[in-house]
Design a protein around this ligand. Structure first.
Ligand code: MSP
Length: 634
């Protein structure tokens, strides 16, 4: 039986077109799928669109359209984008499809019949942009704790899902399956969240109608996240007549999601599955965000980057390579067109592209295009080969972990080693002496072989360029197996190489029409006098202790040394630092801020930190040099 691999992307909201940040998840999932296919897995790669909910209903209304034709238009754009980006998905699920509704009804009913969904009255807050319910306690100064926007008060008869019943079982599952939530930092966040206690979830709404009807009572529609998460099994036919795909591919090997929606995938989704007595997915991987220098990409800021424009300008492979290479595993990465072009010029045009064209040109110049046989190998050859083999191992490990950034960095070690090999062996000098002819032939063979190995390994990321390489070096890259990169010497001497065009022509940054990113207009607070400023007593203090605050996943309780005094400060930095990362840091304390009680703890001052809009990123301001405790900052 063939090994199977089931990978999913989130299903995107068709409330607007997708930007380059959305493309990141899908490109990662595509690279993983291609890599697994090269490893002989039977892959099922699912993506789709999340079409119900109040937000979509409202967006359609603003355009004076019915929701269905409204989403149809946008979803067409999604499909078109994925085609342009060479996304090799196996199925595209739309939550408005009948097959999906059938599964959602089936599972809702199953959980209801079991007694884990019950009717009650919901009274609380709802954030429509996030499609999320909150309790009063969870709000951040009365606003949505996720996006900072206004929430709406809701009181309606609703169906509730007994999440609380499964709290312990979920914690046990997470504990027993250490790889379930990746990367590790996200796992800690989720465990803390669950430990604060899970409340039953409201899973139906009556105040709007754009959703899947609750199967047991008219007038209610199913909560959009309950509906959306079910896509991962509705696309496989669960609860439908033909469920062969479900039998073959479930449980999913990995749900790839952005960090903002890890909570839905590691708490609500597993509990739905537990209640429905379905196996849980093996892994949820929460990747970081693609940010702009100026912060978050958002439609309201009007600074979203349209991936289609970039693809037309640079080609799909280049965008794919940039996304995979530039965003470190699990962390945020910064997008700018300059950074994209720099990667292109350095990695693709200069390092890889040139390696291919120089090598093919030399085989033509010295051997009439016919690949010579390796006969006289030396230590340098052995080193090149060793580098390739080590890189193969490390890239395999990285790709297995979905760490494409490290994987591609590894591959470029062979690219660089091969370029250095050209300088070391200086084929143009060997060509001058007839007695060096065998050595020259060996050198060129090794180079073409290095290119073969590199090209096999870049295939999951750049499925197009390999076709162009294949036109110059007739090796079947298109159907290559991953393992083909582990061997050395697979090319047949005598193979005729064909001279071709430049793979990646250099781009002159200066001639590029790169739209300036509008610097945000900064609205400052009212001017203050120096005397006002002087009222602040800012001091250097050392953090000596840091611990979590119970039932508050954002807060840490810090102890700082202010001269001979030890002070306690409660600080909202828990999502960005492990406790031991803070201890020992010299930071700046607003020392004369009136003490205030936060979560029952008296906080004596405030630590300065720089932070991006709502939870995107934060760094505590710290000094790199040692200063005596209580040094004045002004
Ligand atoms: N519809 C829900 C997902 C339901 S899955 C059962 C949703 N849709 S979304 O369109 O808002 O976002 C989809 C994905 O895009 C999320 O994983 C989100 O993290 C990701 N991204 C949105 N902006 C992004 C960046 N700037 N960078 C990287 N990923 C980003 O949430």
């Amino acid at each position: 039986m063939k090994k199977t691999f089931y990978i999913t992307t989130p299903i995107y909201y068709p409330s607007a077109s997708l930007h380059v940040g959305h493309a990141l998840t899908t490109v990662m999932a595509d690279a993983a799928s291609r890599y697994k296919r090269m490893n002989d897995y039977e892959v099922f790669f699912l993506t789709g669109s999340d079409e119900h909910g109040q937000k979509i209903e409202r967006s359609a209304k603003e355009k004076n359209m019915d929701p269905k034709p409204y989403v149809d238009d946008i979803v067409e754009g999604f499909v078109d984008l994925w085609e342009k980006l060479d996304i090799s998905y196996d199925d595209f699920i739309r939550t408005t499809e009948d097959r999906h509704k059938e599964t959602v009804h089936y599972i809702f009913k199953k959980i209801y019949d079991k007694g884990d969904i019950y009717k009650s009255v919901y009274e609380g807050k709802y954030c429509t942009p996030c499609e999320t319910f909150f309790t009063e306690r969870q709000l951040d100064e009365g606003k949505c704790p996720d996006c900072g926007r206004e929430v709406e008060t809701i009181k309606e008869e609703s169906y509730f899902f007994k999440m609380s019943k499964y709290e312990k079982a979920l914690l046990t599952y997470i504990e027993e399956n250490p790889d379930f939530i990746q990367p590790q930092s996200r796992k800690n966040e989720m465990v803390n969240f669950i430990k604060q206690g899970l409340e039953d979830l409201c899973v139906s709404r009556t105040t709007f109608s754009w959703g899947i009807p609750v199967p047991i009572e008219e007038g209610h529609v199913i909560y959009v996240w309950f509906d959306a998460l079910t896509n991962y099994i509705s696309a496989l036919g669960y609860g439908q007549k033909d469920h062969e795909r479900f039998d073959t591919f479930w449980p999913a090997d990995v749900h790839l999601v952005g960090k903002d929606i890890v909570r839905f995938h590691t708490i609500i989704w597993p509990i739905i599955l537990m209640a429905a007595e379905i196996e849980l997915p093996k892994k949820v991987y929460g990747h970081g965000w693609l940010l702009l220098d100026s912060g978050k990409m958002s439609k309201s800021k009007g600074n979203v980057v349209d991936p289609k424009i970039l693809i037309d300008k640079y080609g799909a492979d280049v965008i794919r390579y940039f996304l995979l290479r530039e965003i470190p595993a699990g962390q945020d990465g910064i997008y700018s067109e300059e950074a994209l072009v720099t990667r292109y010029n350095v990695d693709l045009a200069n390092d890889y592209g040139n390696l291919v064209s120089r090598t093919v040109a030399m085989v033509h110049k010295y051997f009439d295009g016919e690949l010579p046989a390796p006969v006289q190998t030396t230590e340098i050859d052995a080193d090149l080969q060793k580098t390739a083999q080590q890189v193969y191992q490390k890239t395999t490990e990285a790709f297995e972990k979905l760490d494409f950034s490290s994987g591609f960095a590894e591959i470029w070690k062979v690219v660089n080693r091969a370029n250095k090999y050209i300088d070391e062996t200086a084929p143009w000098i060997l060509a001058k002496n007839e007695e060096d002819r065998e050595r020259l032939g060996t050198v060129l063979y090794q180079l073409v072989e290095a290119i073969r190995v590199i090209t096999v390994m870049i295939t999951p990321g750049m499925p197009n360029i390999i076709k162009k390489v294949q036109e110059q070096i007739p090796y079947d890259f298109i159907n290559a197996k991953w393992q083909d990169a582990s061997v050395w010497g697979a090319l047949e001497p005598g193979t005729k190489l064909i001279k071709g065009g430049t793979l990646f022509p250099r781009i002159d940054l200066k001639t590029l029409d790169i739209p300036e990113e509008e610097p945000e207009t900064v609205t400052l607070k009212e001017d203050i006098s120096y005397d006002d400023f002087a009222k602040l007593d800012l001091r250097v203090v050392k953090i000596t202790k840091a611990e979590k605050v119970e039932k508050a996943d954002k807060l840490l309780k810090l102890e700082v040394e202010l001269g001979s005094e030890t002070r306690t400060v409660v600080s909202g930095v828990a999502a960005f630092y492990e406790t031991d990362q803070l201890v020992g840091k010299n930071v700046i304390l607003v020392a004369n801020l009136k003490p205030a009680k936060i979560r029952g703890i008296m906080s004596q001052g405030m630590i300065l930190a720089a932070s991006l809009e709502k939870d995107a990123d934060l760094e505590v301001i710290s000094l790199s040099k040692e200063f005596p405790s209580a040094t004045i900052v002004n």
